[in-house]
Design a protein. Structure first.
Length: 303
């Protein structure tokens, strides 16, 4: 069946249609929902009817205006739980909305594609804002001229392989406070502050798949204390495993000395600062027109 079959069904004037949604989280988990009274398989996704999901009418316009709607549902252990919402597992999840002939679920049409926006919870239920694809056009794009690197360590622009030995560590949690402060009795092999600004990923336990960013990394003797900027959204207990990756402060010096990746540096370290742009000649300051930066970028030190 195709969407043409659905159009033919709608043309009869006596219809048996319902709505269905497929939600794909960033960790790869796919969940399906429908407002029909029985489960349906739509576009290869099992859409459950026992979640209490419903939605407002979809607002769609021509041009570049953002399509939007809202979805409502009950928090349940079988579908969307409050713990998963608090942990951020649904943040930015992809959403597809379908109009389906429930008598022939293979006859459907995709009405909406976008992602989850703001999610609110109250009284055992939730409300999620759905934002269309054109919402991406509201975000800033392109590069900014800054002295620091604009790439994310390990992404397609940085090209550094964080999986190589010496740039990550897998450890079992020994002590944790507030889901944010982790202490290890013996964690050597890496310099003090090696992991600052690095990725902190939980790899087992209730919080598996959740990620934080390292704020402070202190090595005292053989003991190590790692503090994150924000608490992990789910419970992390002693014995859970984590992976900690080297951090980067976005400076050209660290890019070269710590990662030997200067050729992929995505910043502009020679841009004059605001103080230089606002400066003016003074008697005691040399102003003979000499270059402001010395050394060889590829081989020597920047001064």
């Amino acid at each position: 069946m195709t969407k043409e079959a659905l159009f033919a069904h709608l043309a009869t004037g006596s219809t048996s249609v319902c709505r269905a949604w497929a939600v794909r989280r960033r960790d790869g988990v796919v969940l399906g929902f429908t407002d029909h009274d029985r489960n349906l398989v739509v576009d290869g996704v099992l859409c459950r009817a026992d979640t209490g999901m419903t939605a407002r009418a979809l607002q769609q316009t021509t041009g570049l205006s953002v399509d939007n709607t809202e979805a409502f549902g009950a928090l349940s252990a079988a579908a969307i739980t409050e713990a998963d919402l608090l942990a951020g597992r649904f943040d930015g999840a992809e959403v597809r909305s379908y109009l389906v002939n429930w008598q022939e679920p293979e006859s459907f049409i995709e009405q909406f594609r976008g992602h989850l926006g703001e999610i609110t919870r109250s009284g055992g239920s939730f409300k999620a804002e759905l934002r269309g694809l054109s919402d991406l056009l509201n975000r800033p794009h392109g590069m900014a001229y800054t002295p620091g690197c604009s790439a994310i360590l390990g992404d397609s622009r940085c090209r550094f392989d964080l999986a190589q030995p010496g740039y990550f560590a897998d450890r079992a949690v020994e002590a944790v406070a507030d889901g944010r402060i982790f202490e290890f009795a013996s964690f050597t092999g890496f310099d003090d502050r090696w992991f600052e600004n690095g990725r902190f990923e939980v790899t087992s336990g209730e919080a598996a798949g959740l990620v934080g960013v390292v704020k402070i990394d202190r090595l005292e003797g053989s003991a190590r204390r790692i503090e994150l900027w924000q608490s992990i959204g789910a419970s992390v207990v002693v014995g859970d495993t984590v992976r900690v990756m080297a951090g980067c402060d976005k400076t050209v010096g660290l890019c070269r000395t710590k990662f030997a990746n200067f050729l992929n540096f995505r910043g502009f370290p020679h841009i004059p600062g605001e103080d230089w742009l606002a400066s003016y000649p003074v008697p005691d300051r040399p102003s003979g027109g000499a270059r402001r930066f010395g050394g060889n970028i590829l081989g020597g030190a920047l001064r």
